[in-house]
Design a binder for this molecule. Sequence first.
Ligand code: TRP
Length: 396
Amino acid sequence: MSLFGTGAGSTRTDQTLGGLVTGQLLRLCQVSGLARTDAETYADVLTDSLGAVAERPLDLPPPYRSFLSDDSTPVEYSLSFRPGAPPTTRVLLDPGCGAGGLRENGRAGLGVVRSMARRWGFAMDRLDALEDLFFPSEPEGPLALWIALELLPGGVPKAKVYLNPSASGPARAAETVREALDRLGHRHAFDTLPPADGYPFLALDLGDWEAPRVKIYATHHGLPATAAGGLCRMESGPDGETLEEFLRTVGGFDDGTGDLGAPPAARFDRRPVLSCHSFTRTTGGPTGFTLHVPVRDYARDDGEALGRARAVLGGHGLDAAVLDRSFAAVTSRRPEDGVGLIAYLALAHEQGRSPRVTAYISSEAYEVRLPAVPLSPQGVSATGQPEPVVDATAMN
Ligand code: TRP
């Protein structure tokens, strides 16, 4: 048996990347209650956006070392839960992943955003106003442009574009974020943000949003769970206790599973927690605050990650059944047989709305990371080996 979830009976060798993600997306849409016709429209949008890369056989290596996911699949799903409504399915993609080089990746990505804007009548002015900041002639950094689509009923998605503040070098990232906020009319907004180690993304809502946001993501290395409340700059935002409890649950700091055998430390000393502040009006401070926790680096396996997701959802009065079914929609492997399918868990607060919980779900087109090896008391892995990884193509 393969660890790979190609779903309905097909083998990996006869599959393309586009074929795999189409199946995953259709099954995810079905699980979250989207009509088949809408799901098919969105699957076509996804493969069209990937271009020639969609035709790439899965037994070839990833087209590009995309930072979008750990195994370089240029696609990641997410499910966003809010009380009283079915969860929204979303898909994040790296539209320029076939372009060969960061500069070309950005150009190709912009082309895909422009064609979406024409198709659905999105205004491009806010992105146009930032083009020189984020698409210099010799870009640097881990990405150029990503697109996220919220797959709404009716076949017209809401779109978000993710840009790289380090495009002109990491030393310029803070200045780039400040300048972008200024250009979008959010003067002095940068000064309201908490201290951070870096700014990995700036995101813009494009399309038919009630109140389009600009979102600033920040990294916080080594964050203690107790420091969560101190990061939030949103007016009448969540209290520190709510945020700390979210971090403790997702980090596994309370259930004895989060330390992987190492001495317990209630801080995130592996892949960092990200905060995200959003701005929707031209005066005043942020109107939204989100914490993103890379649960995959703090859990032994996806069984544990799912357990923590269920605890967070339950604690916010949300039903986790769809998440369990979503796991099976993207893979046929058991949750305990790998780690990283649940990449992040996030808790989002927006003014005037109930809190949302989002689970980010990897495609695992190329690799499944094997369950984490517990650390010995000396802090070295029991086998002395680096983290095990299973190559998808070796498993056919
Ligand atoms: N793969 C990257 C990371 O782990 C970027 C990323 C993908 C990400 N999906 C995300 C970051 C969801 C935050 C939330 O950081």
